[in-house]
Design a protein around this ligand. Structure first.
Ligand SMILES: [Zn+2]
Length: 188
């Protein structure tokens, strides 16, 4: 049972990580955290009996870990919400590619910059379905008559905790999973 998961919130009730029950109990015993949601069972040792926490909040930690979003294909797809930025349809990862808006062969001519400056960047890459990608080829957007729904940007932030909806629901964590958490539906 000491391997059960506990959702750790900062002092502002933002989820920051999932820890083992053992770590959570250490935090509670050392007064570094307080229980927020408890289960109907107890952990007992010869000297103490403590209700099993499901959610605890840290007393002295109000910030949350930030990390720069890694530049990767998957994160481009997440930024664009799995939606082809050319036709607007949503696809699964299998049918999605990342496309350079200004293609390699035109970069220097169009922007006057060397390839190392911005060609492979958040601003020049969007999520595209493989059909739109091949239709566009090495042409520019105005040459195919397409518009982007929004300017591509570097995301400042990605959710820190990825959690299955099922688990969050079973553990009673859903009310806490508004910020800093991405809930995903797992396929059983
Ligand atoms: Zn498309």
């Amino acid at each position: 049972m000491l391997n059960a998961d506990v959702l750790i919130l900062n002092s502002g009730f933002v989820p920051i990580r999932i820890s083992s029950l053992k770590d959570a109990i250490c935090l509670l015993m050392s007064d570094k955290a307080v229980p927020v949601l408890e289960e109907d069972r107890y952990v007992r040792s010869p000297s103490v009996s403590i209700r099993v926490p499901s959610v605890i909040s840290l007393v002295d930690y109000s910030s949350f870990p930030r990390r720069r979003v890694a530049f990767s294909k998957l994160n481009i797809l997440y930024r664009d919400d799995m939606q082809c930025q050319y036709c607007g349809e949503r696809f699964t990862v299998r049918d999605l590619t990342v496309d350079h808006i200004i293609p390699r062969s035109r970069w220097t001519q169009v922007t006057g910059k060397p390839m190392t400056e911005g060609f492979s960047s958040w601003q020049n890459i969007v999520c595209a379905c493989r059909w739109c990608n091949s239709k566009k080829g090495s042409r520019l957007l105005h040459e195919v008559g397409w518009n982007l729904p929004r300017e591509p940007f570097e995301p400042e932030y990605m959710p820190y905790i990825v959690l299955s909806m099922d688990k969050a629901s079973k553990k009673g964590w859903l009310p806490f999973c508004t910020f800093n958490v991405r809930l995903v539906h797992m396929i059983h």
